[in-house]
Design a protein around this ligand. Structure first.
Ligand code: MGD
Ligand code: MGD
Ligand code: SF4
Ligand code: MO
Length: 701
């Protein structure tokens, strides 16, 4: 009789990097629990990790390449698939130019070592400017703020939530999302701990969320008005006088400029637009500046706004001018075992912005990518540079990008499309060929990205738990074969070899890190708490931290129109503002096929305040039609006093009712896609990021 065995790894489903202890026998998982010896997560896990079993066993998961034919989908061999894709790439680029091929990289790419290491060379081999990713429906403003202020797109300040006395959270709901650009497993407990230490947690959100519930105080804000809120906080802080000198003083520039600017934004003048009372704003500002340590954390909900760029810039400014940047208990910077920021920063490869613009809408490039909101227009609009072929890797843009229905129409018209994906879903169904990859437990993994964003420096490797079957391929093998076929050059390096090489540049010389050492330490290795280090890694040309970058200052003119805006006709036609929401047991669009996660009541509902429901005579669970300027969907109402009056909430990632997919359980719990309502043309004009917060809608019965 075979004995049970135990395997340790990091959960790859969200950014929290929880350590798992998986008991298994042959190819069967017996249990998944938190690994108490993991130096970062110390035993914490959320229910999603248990779904790794469902994912592994899911009969709907693709294992063989499939090709769309007149008679439906047919299984084909890998050689046949690669041969045909190679022919199409060459044919289309010869006929229409390199930019006729577009690529989109979805979120799971950053949770997959192989995709990170082999995705870059693959994109480069295509020599196309039509590159897109989930970055521009998510955290793009963070990167631009870091690039313009610190000189490096990945120099993202990490709130030191384990040591702070005051945490101001805007537009993030770690109580459901487990945190983002802030890897902190057990985030909710850490919020409670701040209060146990005598500290405060203030949450600003148009909805009273899972995070609001465990915060010291919650304030409802009008969607999309965080830039004004932050300006008014800075007004209060400068009015009371900031500390004269800090360890960053000699490294700052632009302080006088911002001080002048915020004079215009007193809370007395703009509180009514923000929706938070003048005195409350003053109190938050004063408490923030007087707290021994304090940090402002603003995520998804403030990034995906009309002024997302301004928001992320001002959050950094707030942390800097209150002497909380690069300080214990404030916003800090990591020094991970493989320190991509330092490695690339020293080589001057720090990212770029606006070197060229998109063809149709004239939107700025960022780090070689264009904003995905304009992908459909680039496909539909005829002329030189029109996209004819699309390669989608681990992405579901039909559900995840604004105006998904428009993208569907555009995908239908392509000459050829390839998806590298584990499912036949809402996006991959438009592919001519789907190349399926291994997933999760079948992969060798090291978190290159999330160690860079964690509240503590640790290093952990995950070995393959279950070998793939002979006909399966890893993402890196698929990407590598495509690259080899395009370039004609062989690459025999494996992810393991590449990783081992990167450890040679580790700043932790004394730790002697290597793949072997991490294999010998399966719970991971602790490298210590974050330390101040920013002055050694400012990568701007003049080596100054720029508090007032010109692009943001100029963008304030756009924001200032908000101050004098009278209610437009749009507000009467579409009286409600729509926002999204996450749930602990969802993961963007792709885990609704897990039995375990889909238990319980329907989660794809419209949340509406009871006052609004009474005004419209709508009862709980009644189906209503929600319409925006781009489309309409029908969903049941959930009356909830979590909602601010005039604001509705629908989760993203649903809409599995489109025909021709193969995700049986998800189809049964289909819901509707919020991105059939969001507008691809209403974006943050500065950064090109999608704007999901506050889509104007009307409702009818
Ligand atoms: N309205 C609204 N829209 C949103 C958001 C929102 O809050 N509101 N959130 C936005 C955010 S933050 C993000 S990150 C995006 C996400 O947007 P996307 O990345 O486009 O969407 P996902 O739902 O993550 O889809 C991931 C795809 O990868 C496949 N997949 C999963 N694992 C693997 C793997 O290991 N290998 C391969 N090859 N494929 C795999 C899945 O089957 C799925 O098709 O959505 C954005 N869209
Ligand atoms: N369970 C689960 N976890 C996830 C994911 C998932 O889909 N499910 N997705 C992962 C991904 S890809 C990401 S990027 C992260 C995102 O993680 P978070 O950034 O925490 O994202 P959300 O949970 O969507 O929280 C955004 C919050 O912003 C609020 N909000 C909306 N509009 C505004 C506004 O105008 N102003 C303010 N102040 N608040 C606003 C919303 O009500 C919501 O509470 O989560 C990750 N973790
Ligand atoms: S919080 Fe994220 S990383 Fe941790 S177990 Fe849940 S899904 Fe996995
Ligand atoms: Mo995301």
């Amino acid at each position: 009789m075979l004995n049970n065995k135990v395997h340790y790894r990091t959960c790859n489903l969200c950014e929290a990097m929880c350590g798992l202890e998986i008991t298994y026998k042959e190819k069967e998982i017996i249990s998944i629990v938190g690994d108490k010896k993991d130096p970062l997560s110390k035993g914490y896990i959320c229910p999603k990790s248990l779904a790794l079993k469902d994912l592994y066993e899911d009969p709907d998961r693709l294992k063989t390449p499939i090709k769309r034919t007149e008679n439906g989908w047919e299984e084909i061999s890998w050689t046949e698939a690669f041969d045909e894709i190679e022919i199409q790439i060459k044919k289309i680029q010869e006929k229409h130019g390199n930019n006729a091929i577009a690529t989109y990289q979805g979120n799971p790419n950053v949770h997959n070592l192989g995709s990170i290491l082999y995705g870059g060379p693959f994109l480069k081999s295509l020599k196309t400017k039509q590159k897109y990713s989930a970055t521009s429906v998510d955290q793009l403003p963070h990167h631009i703020a870091s690039l313009k202020m610190f000189g490096h797109q990945m120099l993202i300040p990490i709130p030191d939530i384990e040591r702070t006395d005051y945490l101001l959270i805007l537009g993030a709901n770690p109580g459901a999302s487990n945190g983002s650009l802030l890897t902190a497993p057990g985030f909710s407990q850490k919020i409670k701990n701040i209060q146990k230490r005598g500290g405060k947690v203030i949450n600003i959100d148009p909805r009273f969320t899972e995070t609001s519930r465990i915060s010291s105080q919650h304030f409802y804000i009008n969607p999309g008005k965080d830039a004004l809120f932050l300006l008014s906080l800075l007004h209060v802080i400068f009015e009371h006088g900031i500390k004269k000198r800090t360890h960053l003083s000699d490294h700052l520039k632009g302080l006088e400029e911002i001080k002048e600017i915020v004079k215009e934004y007193s809370p007395q003048k703009i509180a009514h637009l923000i929706g938070i009372n003048n005195l409350e704003i003053q109190k938050i500002g004063i408490d923030f500046m007087n707290s021994k340590t304090a940090v402002c954390y603003g995520r998804m909900g403030v990034s995906t706004q009309e002024y997302g760029g301004i928001c992320q810039w001002l959050i950094n400014v707030l942390n800097i001018v209150t002497n909380n940047m690069d300080k214990v208990g404030g916003a800090m910077f990591t020094k991970p075992a493989i320190d991509l920021v330092f490695m690339t920063g020293m080589q001057g490869k720090v990212g770029n912005f606006d070197r060229y613009r998109s063809r149709v809408l004239d939107l700025p490039e960022y780090s070689g990518e264009l904003p995905v909101a304009t992908l459909a227009d680039e496909m539909i609009t005829e002329g030189e540079g029109q996209i004819k072929m699309f390669i989608c890797t681990a992405g579901n843009p039909v559900l995840s990008t604004p105006n998904g229905k428009k993208l569907e129409k555009a995908l239908e018209k392509l000459e050829f499309m390839v998806s590298i994906d584990i499912y036949l879903n809402e996006t991959s169904k438009y592919a001519n060929i789907i190349l399926p990859s291994t997933n999760g437990l079948e992969t060798f993994h090291y978190d290159l990205v999330f160690h860079q964003l964690a509240i503590r420096n640790t290093a952990k490797l995950s070995e393959i738990l279950f070998d793939k079957n002979e006909n399966q391929r890893h993402d890196w093998q698929i990407l590598n074969e495509l690259t080899e076929r395009i370039t004609g050059k062989k690459n025999t390096l494996t992810p393991e070899m590449m990783l081992d090489h990167m450890f040679k540049f580790s700043p932790y010389k004394e730790a002697n890190l290597s793949v072997k050492k991490l294999k010998d330490n399966p719970h991971g290795i602790d490298l210590g708490a974050l330390q101040p280090l920013l002055t050694k890694r400012i990568f701007t040309l003049d080596k100054k931290i720029n508090i007032s970058p010109k692009i943001f200052i100029d963008d304030l003119k756009r924001l200032d129109k908000e101050l004098i805006k009278v209610d437009t006709e749009e507000k009467y036609i579409y009286p409600f503002a729509l926002i999204g929401r996450r749930h602990l047991r969802n993961n963007n669009s792709w885990m609704h096929n897990s039995k375990l996660l889909m238990k319980g009541k329907n989660r794809c509902t419209v949340l509406m305040s009871s006052k609004d429901a009474i005004n419209l005579s709508i009862s709980d669970n009644q189906k209503i039609k929600i319409t925006s300027n781009v489309g309409s969907i029908e969903l049941p109402v959930e009356i909830s006093d979590e909602m601010k009056e005039g604001v509705l909430s629908i989760p993203h990632g649903f809409g599995h009712n489109r025909l021709g997919t193969k995700i049986k359980l998800a189809e049964k719990n289909s819901g509707e896609s919020i991105n059939d309502l969001t507008d691809d043309l209403k974006i943050d004009q500065l950064t090109g990021n999608a704007n999901f917060s506050g889509t104007r809608v009307q409702v009818s019965k």
